[in-house]
Design a protein around this ligand. Sequence first.
Ligand SMILES: Nc1nc2c(c(=O)[nH]1)N[C@H]1C(S)=C(S)[C@@H](COP(=O)(O)OP(=O)(O)OC[C@H]3O[C@@H](n4cnc5c(N)ncnc54)[C@H](O)[C@@H]3O)O[C@H]1N2
Ligand code: MOO
Ligand SMILES: [Mg+2]
Length: 435
Amino acid sequence: MMKESQPLSSEQGGSNPVEHNPAKFKRKPITPATAQQKVAEYVQVIDTEVIPLYTAGGRFLAESVQAPHPYPHFRRSGMDGYAVIADDIAPASSDHIVWLEVIDNIPCGQTPSVPIVKGTAARIMTGAMVPDEADTVVMLEMTETREEDRRQWVGLKRSVEQGRNITPIGLEVQAGDILLTQGVQIGAGEISVLATFGVHQVEVYRRPQVAIFSTGTELLAVEEPIAPGKIRNSNSYMLAEQVKAAGGEPHVLGAIMDDLELARTTMLHALSSYDIVISSGGVSVGDYDVMGDLVRSDEVEMLFNKISMRPGSVTTGAVKDGKLLFALSGNPGACFVGCELLVRPTIRKMMNSKQDYLPEWTATLGHDYHKINSFTRYVRGSMTVENGKIIAYPASLDESSVMVTIKDSDCLIIIPPTSEVLPAGTTVSLLRLSR
Ligand SMILES: Nc1nc2c(c(=O)[nH]1)N[C@H]1C(S)=C(S)[C@@H](COP(=O)(O)OP(=O)(O)OC[C@H]3O[C@@H](n4cnc5c(N)ncnc54)[C@H](O)[C@@H]3O)O[C@H]1N2
Ligand code: MOO
Ligand SMILES: [Mg+2]
């Protein structure tokens, strides 16, 4: 559940006596992969809880599940028909109907009541337990019936090979098979396995509780009317959705003015109360970029404050008392990418997921990409399949400050550092976004 609280401050002027600090201009960029590694070093697997199965969808399994019995655990009919002994019906043909006496009727959920012997058959329904002595089920459409002296007979004009329409014990699963491993995310298929094997109480990882706050004196709450120079706080909402999609539980702490003290108290409160903290805005070198100043202070241990990527070069990581703080850029595009590349894997690693980083695919660039840069670019784009190949089209507007094309994107196309136009047709890697 996304929770939203009131903005922490509404009255401060937001002017901040940020001291002139040349250190902020000397930032040492590290690669995106190094940033991910640095963050991963601080990730701790979170504790677990036991929840009812019907609430387990989307959660990450904290236990491995071993089959306590084979599945199916009895020989099961795959058709509505008659359970027979194949040898009995071997001579059947259109000229020679073989008649078997029907001595049992086995609906689903019941056990056979009499053994099938030579010359007899049991009427049986799909999913019902096949009598031990029968080795074949003939579907209803291939049979005719008659009644004589209140005895039922079934006639067959064709033979059927032995074993037809019987699902053997353990076809899907043998007793002792490992079915689900720790860290698997529970979806429809997984929950079906758990239900089948009677796991009605599931041990899952607790959802990481993620505090989100935005900094920016320009920020309005979404319900406020626009005003000159002001914008609405869209990043908090965007981040909350990204956190939810990753498997975490967002807590939106609202927006604060660009005020160092306010940022300090908000950050410290968030770090002491939640498992992960994300802030947006104020990490560049501007006069009011308070998060950048704060992260360089003694309050936290800064891991990095520059990554050789765009958007999101100012993405900052820090740690305090074992908890990670992600101070993301205020620019929506950079904020989005920083969250996908660093926060998402953190949330998922905390729940032991092996699907922590965004999956990387190979694709063909759909049109020329003109921007040159010494940093790796993660360009939002959309994928289509043309003639059996994945074609990735960069968004028309992909600047860090652009918000509106995030919604149209299902991938981040990786454009390596380049000084030349990348022509359409180039093979590129991309990170697939989950939607
Ligand atoms: N002199 C330099 N200026 C800038 C540099 C630089 O290296 N030298 N880096 C640029 C890059 S790259 C980026 S990215 C931005 C990063 O800015 P900040 O992280 O400090 O973010 P803000 O200054 O607070 O805001 C930037 C932009 O984003 C808007 N914003 C902020 N919060 C939100 C929100 N919650 N929802 C929607 N939009 C938000 C804000 O109004 C600004 O327009 O710095 C460059 N500058
Ligand atoms: O950090 Mo900025 O997004 O690189 O443009
Ligand atoms: Mg700034």
